[in-house]
Design a protein around this ligand. Structure first.
Ligand code: NCD
Length: 335
């Protein structure tokens, strides 16, 4: 059984199915606070060190908001150049120092394994907000939570579902973490759509196969894909050796209204970890799907706050005390 109290969250590999279900149960209980129906001071006085050494909007801000919604304070830094890492400080030393100012730390860094290295110096729990092309565990949890909620509308569950992952499956850490989590579920069909050069790493395909997922590999969106979920991704241009190489794949995996209607089902749920690249030459998820009821991308991002609140509450041991510190919301809220 996974113990959350005081633990780092570095990889989805540390979770079993029971742990995932416990996180989801706590996340559901966070909804009234995220929706501003109630407030809680359960983490009053606690400090989150929110360290983002790579670009981020959603993940960084939602980690911060999640902590604020539990009553805690946030201290953060962004960008390598503005931190002492630019002066040659080791990740270990940075971890050691920041942990003395914080009760918990969220961190993103461009190198695989960097967050785990940082955590060796930390005296408080460290949550991986994305380490290079390696992992993004909180994103995978919010993706899976979204899948569960969206499929429940059609009386379906994660067991037995068919998911299609599309785009840059080589450098996309979200699909790496999500695939590992999917190994906890039964009777899955996984369609991987990517150019050969950007295909899913072999060890992850092997892992899915070892867990009896039925794998289908395609190098473009063609034929009747069907699928309960289509998970579109951005070409991770910042991880390519050269920009020219990244540009080669731009616009190749476009999902628009017409392509969606041709290759997917009328109830296929459309997901994307965001940000989507909306520049005309990329446009992997077209604006003409913005009003489509199956487009779950903003619900998916909203779920990130619930998952991150749950993880903070569980690593700090207050998941059953949130309501004890509850108080009213005096302002008019449209949430
Ligand atoms: C993703 C990431 O940073 O890995 N974004 C996110 O955290 N929601 C996906 C991406 O940048 O394409």
């Amino acid at each position: 059984m996974t113990d959350f109290l005081g633990s780092h969250i570095l990889s989805v590999k540390q979770f079993d199915r029971d742990a995932v279900e416990r996180i989801f149960e706590v996340a559901h209980r966070m909804a009234p606070y995220a929706q501003r129906q109630k407030r809680t001071k359960v983490l009053d006085g606690a400090i989150l060190g929110n360290l983002f050494f790579e670009p981020s909007t959603r993940t960084r801000v939602s980690f911060g908001c999640a902590f604020n919604l539990l009553g805690g304070q946030v201290r953060g830094t962004t960008g390598m150049q503005m931190s002492a890492l630019a002066k040659g400080e080791s990740l270990y030393d940075t971890g050691r120092m920041i942990s003395s100012y914080s009760d918990v730390i969220a961190m993103r860094h461009p190198e695989s394994g960097s967050v785990a290295e940082f955590a060796t110096g930390s005296r408080v729990p460290v949550i991986n907000g994305g380490d290079g092309a390696n992992e993004h565990p909180t994103q995978a949890l919010l993706d899976l939570f979204t899948i569960q909620k969206e499929l429940a509308v059609y009386d379906r569950s994660i067991d037995g579902m068919h998911i299609a992952m599309v785009g840059d499956l080589k450098y996309g850490r979200t699909v790496h973490s999500l695939s590992k989590l999917l190994c906890l579920y039964r009777d899955l069909k996984v369609t991987l759509v990517a150019p050969d050069e950007l295909s899913m790493p072999k060890e992850i395909v092997d892992l899915l196969t070892d867990h009896h997922a039925q794998i289908e590999i395609k190098n473009k969106i063609d034929g009747q894909i069907g699928a309960d979920i289509v998970y579109q991704t951005r070409i991770q241009e910042e991880r390519f050796p050269t920009q020219e190489e990244a540009d080669r794949y731009r616009g190749q995996f476009r999902l628009n209204h017409e392509i969606f209607s041709t290759h997917f089902k009328s109830n296929t749920v459309i997901m994307h970890p965001l940000p989507r690249d909306s520049r005309s030459e990329a446009n992997e998820l077209d604006n003409d799907l913005n009003e489509h009821p199956n487009l779950a991308i903003f619900r998916q991002a909203d779920n990130g706050v619930l998952i991150r609140m749950a993880l903070f509450a569980m690593t700090l041991g207050v998941e059953n005390k949130v309501a004890d510190y509850e108080y009213d919301v005096p302002w008019y809220s449209q949430k």
